[in-house]
Design a protein around this ligand. Sequence first.
Ligand code: MG
Length: 341
Amino acid sequence: MKIAIDVDDVVADLMPAWLKRLNKAHGTPADVSILRRYDFWEEPEFNGLDAETALRALTPDIYDEVHVLPGTFLALDILKELNHEVVFLSKCYTKEMALAKMDWIHRHGLSDHGNLISVGKWRGAGYEVKEECRFNILIDDSVENCLAWERHAAGQSPRRALLVARPHNEKAGYETKLAIYSSLEEAVGYFGLIGHHELRYNKVKEALQAPRLLPIDWGNAVSTEMARIESDPLGVPQHDKGAKLDAGKPRVGLMTRGFSRALMAVAGVSTYGAKKYTDDGWMEVPNGVERYTDALHRHLLQEVSEGPIDPESGMRHAAQVAWNALARLELMLREIDNDSL
Ligand SMILES: [Mg+2]
């Protein structure tokens, strides 16, 4: 499934850093226990501070002081292992703020798990509000965002919002019928309720917490990497001339240029196979991964015993090794995609 995770106060511990800034700027002594509401500056400790002044303290460099919330990496590892596609979804009012969040995500190693989609006034991805994004699940600490997400189906099914309860939304959260979780990690447990993932979730959680990790198939990293890309590598806004939202996308030219001869040889094997059997027939072969793995090894061994050329096809064993490697990889990735539908 496609899962959108809010950044501020779901993975980024923003509120305490914000409070610290206001205390410093206004000489106030408030501690984190004041964070029982989003508009915490309205508490008497701040002597009538107005919203505009409070919000002005949220400059992009605040992310230099923001920590990753505990449990975030475990939750993201579990989502990755379950082959869900993750994006970080955040409202950014300025391009500078979007870049600061993008940088924060990158700096903390979160970009290995998903890209940032920026919505709002500065619309890196062209979305005005979060609910326009076509993902299945939103995990957010804003009650309003969660309710809007569930109202706005946008043709996605299932479409659920999971509210992460934080001190600042506690009151509002309990008044709704939203699914409420105490952290991102606990919200991820929600996926334990979905079909065959139940057992896997517990197994994976156990494995990730144990000193020795179970082998994890990271094959899906390919599709995660190719998932929604939302920014121009030079920071050009989407609707400006010269924009191309391809930051982080695979540079296919490196492969086609670098392997021009090898790919042509593999194309030769595909053509030979289509003549010998049928076009695309290999995709339907039962136990394909196992059988093409065997074939790959056979050609490697035959290369040693027979020399570089396969007498049956007149083609290089090395080309057939490469073809079989691609076939098994393709079948593995298709299996993962079908699994996560
Ligand atoms: Mg938030």
